[in-house]
Design a protein around this ligand. Sequence first.
Ligand code: SAH
Ligand code: SF4
Length: 440
Amino acid sequence: MKYHIVSYGCQMNDYDSELMAGLLEETGYEKVDRPEKADVIVVNTCCVRETAERKVWGLLGTLKRLKRRKPDLVIAVTGCLPQQNGAAEDIRRRFPHVDLVIGTHNRHELPRLVEEVRAAREPLCAVWREAGEVIEGLPVRRESKLSAWVPIMFGCDNFCTYCVVPYVRGRERSRRPEDIIREVETLVAQGYREVTLLGQNVNSYGRGLDPPTDFATLLERLDRVEGLWRIRYTTSHPRDFTQRLIDVIANSEKVCEHFHLPVQAGSNRILRRMHRGYTREDYLRLVDGIRAAVPEASITTDIMVGFPGETEEDFQDTLELVRQVQFDQAFTFVYNPRKGTPAARMPDQVPAEVKSRRIQELIAVQKEISLAKNRAEQGKVHEILVEGPSETDAARLAGRTRTNKTVVFEGAPAYIGTLVPVEIIEGKLTHLVGVVRNLR
Ligand code: SAH
Ligand code: SF4
């Protein structure tokens, strides 16, 4: 039996896809790279923004033909989309060729549900409204041999007014530090050298655990894992980023000098309406604090334009903040209403043409900054963890700096999986080009 998984959305979804792959392989399934060859197709969905949702609907539409040709094919829809109110019924109605609808809290049941669907020969739906206990020890089939996703917490309790995540991922729950450390040690023994700790808001890690602990303490403990080279994490909420956390990161050996701090907006009025819990001044102070303690830090962000009630002046505040901070990179989004969230019901929605003009303006400003930042890397030597052939040019290698910039360079395949000093010769918009410095 063969399976194929299509994964949309964030790193947590990528991790869930690796987990479902592991579960299927444990029961004897084999991975194939094309849906046409599969007996089970899993579509792991995202609904954080409209564009992500639209992609899912499009794919489900095209799978109809495949199902008609191959009636024994099992099509499963998993992830965040089914977890939205009414969405599971919607999927069943619009796409009767979908056999299985599974929510975020039921992903571990995938193999059993696939068997049930095969036996019953009729569609099934498993969407728990609430998360159960955190389940440890599930098999994971990881895409990379070098770098691993490690979830440290699930769900989110922040309820930013635009965001659907707390509704589809449930309440915040942390894994026990012992379980995380044991998993990282096992990964290192298997040859992994980099871990990325995952959570919607990693800085609130440990709340509610007995005994309570925090993210800074977890980082301190992971920093001592022998054989591990790099620790990354995402996402951290600017509100909960403490000075102690900055100090721990500054003093650690393995935690990388990259801070992804989604600011969302530069206007205090909008930040308040978003329920973000910090002001523009708080954010700027945090950036200063980080740069004072970790001068080589790269800082990236997420920004949204067109939140309900955003005036031209509010938008100018965002542009002004972007110019002031000089982000290395920004992920920019047009706000769109998400079902069930407070912002979707706010009366003063911004017209589409205004949003579209604002996003273009924002992208243009940030592009210049990203390019200037990357050009400023020219002449510097970075330690690169070499991941493999470059995606855009298979004849060259690619890897990342500790600051999370991708570097493309020429080198022998033997470099893959090792740390190599690379001198940056050119800074491009999305990546750097380098040459290997002689290893002394
Ligand atoms: N937990 C992370 C973000 C998860 S969602 C955090 O708090 O930073 C990833 C990004 O999608 C958000 O940072 C936000 O910029 C964007 N986003 C979320 N909801 C959105 C919506 N309704 N419309 C447009 N962008 C949205
Ligand atoms: Fe969404 Fe806010 Fe939670 Fe991030 S912190 S997942 S933006 S509610």
